[in-house]
Design a protein around this ligand. Structure first.
Ligand SMILES: [Zn+2]
Length: 253
C-alpha cells in the first residue's frame, strides 16, 4: 500500500471518529433535555409558559402548542381554537386532523377543552408579539433564545430544572413535532400567526373573494400519525371574510 493510501485511510477513520463523538454528544444532550422536561410539574410548566407569554409587548395573534406531561384517552386528534383569539372567526371552534391516504384538517362539531394529539395533551402558549422600531407594524417572535434573553425570571425557571441546557429545554417544550432540542419552526404546532414553510411558500387564495387566506393551524405530521407522514408539515388555511372556505395543504422535507 502506498504511503498516500495509508494517509487517506487514517484521515477517513479520524473523520469517522470525530463524527461518532459529535453524534454521541448530541444524543446525550437530547436525552438530558428530554429527561429534564419529563420531570417538570404542571406548576413549573405553567410558570415557564406564562413567563414566555409575558415577554410579548402587544396583544398576541396566535399560539404555539407546547408540551405538557399529561396524557389523554382521547383517540381523535382534536385542537380547539382558543376563544380569546381576537379577530379570528374560527375562535372557539374545534379542528380535527384525520389521516388516511391523505391528511385532512377540518372543523368538526366536537367538545374539546385542550389540544389532544395521539394521546398527548398540549398547552396553547401565546406567541409573544412586539411593535417593530421602524414602523407601526408588529411582529411575532418564535425564538426561544429571544424569550430567554428577554426574561431573567424565565432563565431562572428553566435553569432550576435543567442547569446545563436551559434554552434547549425551552426549544424542546415549544417544538413539539420532533424529539429534539434544536429550534425548528416547521416542527412547531401553531394556531394563527404565520406558517413556517417546509418548501417555498404556497399562499392560499379564497375561491370566493380571491384574497389571501390566513393560517388557522399548522401541525407537524409526527403529531397526528404514528407511522406515515412523518416528513410532512400540514396547514389549514381559511378566509377571514368567508370562514367556511378552508384548505388543507401539506409540504414535505
Ligand atoms: Zn373569501
Amino acid at each position: 500500500m502506498s504511503p498516500l493510501a495509508v494517509l487517506g485511510i487514517v484521515a477517513a477513520s479520524t473523520a469517522a471518529l470525530a463524527l461518532a463523538v459529535v453524534l454521541v454528544r448530541f444524543n446525550r444532550k437530547r436525552l438530558c433535555v428530554a429527561r429534564c422536561a419529563a420531570t417538570l410539574t404542571p406548576e413549573q410548566l405553567e410558570r415557564i409558559y406564562s413567563l414566555v407569554e409575558q415577554t410579548g409587548t402587544t396583544a398576541a395573534n396566535g399560539y404555539v402548542l407546547a408540551r405538557t406531561n399529561k396524557a389523554t384517552t382521547e383517540t381523535r386528534c382534536l385542537v380547539p381554537i382558543p376563544k380569546e383569539l381576537p379577530q379570528f372567526p374560527w375562535a372557539g371552534r374545534v379542528v380535527e386532523a384525520t389521516v388516511s391516504n391523505t391528511v385532512e384538517l377540518q372543523f368538526v362539531e366536537a367538545t374539546a377543552f385542550e389540544p389532544s394529539l395521539l394521546g398527548h395533551v398540549y398547552r396553547p402558549v401565546q406567541v409573544p408579539r412586539h411593535a417593530t422600531k421602524s414602523s407601526t407594524k408588529e411582529r411575532n417572535t418564535f425564538s426561544p433564545e429571544r424569550y430567554v434573553a428577554d426574561s431573567a425570571a424565565l432563565s431562572v425557571a428553566l435553569s432550576t430544572v435543567c442547569p446545563k441546557y436551559p434554552t434547549e429545554l425551552l426549544s424542546y417544550l415549544l417544538c413539539v413535532g420532533r424529539e429534539s432540542f434544536e429550534f425548528e419552526p416547521i416542527d412547531q404546532a401553531r394556531i394563527g400567526t404565520s406558517p413556517a414553510w417546509v418548501q417555498d411558500p404556497e399562499h392560499q387564495i379564497c375561491d370566493e373573494c380571491q384574497k389571501r387566506m390566513h393560517l388557522v393551524l399548522q401541525l407537524p405530521g409526527t403529531l397526528i400519525s404514528r407511522k406515515a407522514f412523518h416528513r410532512g408539515t400540514f396547514y389549514l388555511f381559511g378566509c377571514v371574510t368567508h370562514p367556511d372556505r378552508t384548505k388543507t395543504l401539506g409540504q414535505f422535507t
